[in-house]
Design a protein around this ligand. Structure first.
Ligand SMILES: [Fe+2]
Length: 346
């Protein structure tokens, strides 16, 4: 089975161990503090409150339309306020052929056509994290549909690490300024009349966010479908122990909350792609992280599995573009935009 989202970057980690160890230490410390405050986790309580309020009021529950990209196994979600034309688009895809270096907009065109045909008002373009398996189409969507582009505030740390790896010049600002909004844990926002909040769920990457919108939760790559498990943790700044704690936090949300995945790869024995489940189904049945799996058991499983996985096909173009908010690097003096391949780094 093709499992590009979980491939190994162990060599990269060794080369950059100093940077990453510092990052992991910071992530672990911050997360440990968050976990010690679990009993007074106000941000999680607020998120649960939004879900419960939506469970009692259909007007607070988003209408969903999801688009699956078979080339990258990515699901982009259009999250609609049922009582207005307002919507958000989560995790869009810019098609990219690495052999020719050509971008295509088939996937983003489907999103744009849908939004236009429904006369939607796109208020937000939400990224759950800087993806390593596909390029974001956020700039294309923003040009045609508008909306504020948002990601987690920790994207700054991702920009620092990958800015070094790609030897990006001073033109590349490591301050998140490529995005309109940098969210942090507990931030709240609205999509029309829908209530929404943000939970910082590091582990897969340091900047991962889960969005809670009405009764719907978007965990990014923190969780896959219950029968497929969880995402790899060996990217720069990733950490299995931190991911476990983020998952434990998410699975304290109300069981009835709908959960929409960012990817699906068809678990063994399942013939169809799927991306909708519930918090309860994850808590009770996720094959990697269901209730009862200890932190040490999870960390051992995740680290052993990550060590066997291959490199994502599009990691180099994806990260180079996504750290820039989905924009390609600036054109060189001949007017051509180039993507770099660091040799013998990964
Ligand atoms: Fe990812």
């Amino acid at each position: 089975m093709f499992v590009y989202s979980e491939c190994s970057v162990s060599r990269l980690l060794k080369i950059h161990s100093c940077i990453f160890n510092v990052n992991m230490y910071v992530v672990a410390n911050r997360q440990e503090k968050a976990m010690s405050d679990l009993e007074v986790d106000k941000n999680l309580s607020n998120a649960s409150g939004i879900i419960r309020q939506a469970a009692e009021n259909p007007a607070k529950r988003p209408d969903m339309r999801s688009f699956f990209d078979p080339a990258t196994f990515t699901v982009s979600h259009v999250v609609r306020d049922p009582s207005s034309k307002a919507c958000a688009i989560i995790d869009s895809v810019l098609d990219f052929d690495p052999a020719s270096g050509r971008t295509m907009n088939t996937s983003s065109r489907a999103l744009i056509d849908y939004a236009k045909s429904e006369s939607l008002e796109v208020q937000w373009l939400l990224e759950t994290h800087a993806h390593a398996d596909h390029l974001s189409a956020a700039p294309l969507l923003q040009a045609e549909l508008g909306g504020q582009l948002a990601i987690g505030r920790e994207i700054i740390r991702v920009q620092e690490v990958f800015g070094k790896i790609f030897n990006a010049g001073t033109e590349f600002q490591r301050d998140g300024s490529q995005f309109d909004q940098l969210f942090q844990d507990g931030d709240r926002f609205k999509i029309g009349n829908l209530e929404a909040t943000v939970l910082h769920v590091p582990g897969h990457t340091p900047a991962c966010l889960a969005y809670v919108i009405g009764d719907a939760v978007f965990p990014g790559d923190t969780l896959f479908m219950p029968d497929y498990g969880t995402a790899r943790c060996d990217f720069p700044g990733g950490d299995a122990r931190t991911l476990y704690r983020s998952i434990r936090r998410l699975t304290q949300l109300p069981d009835e909350a709908r959960m929409f995945m960012c990817h699906d790869y068809k678990a063994p024995g399942r013939d169809d792609y799927a991306w909708e489940t519930t918090v309860g189904a994850q808590r009770n049945g996720n094959i990697h992280a269901r209730e009862g799996v200890t932190e040490d058991e999870f960390v051992k499983m995740r680290n052993e599995r990550d060590a066997t996985l291959a490199m994502p096909k599009l990691i180099l173009p994806s990260v180079q573009v996504n750290m820039r908010g989905g924009k390609l690097p600036p054109a060189e003096d001949n007017g051509v935009q180039y993507l770099k391949i660091p040799v013998n780094m990964l």
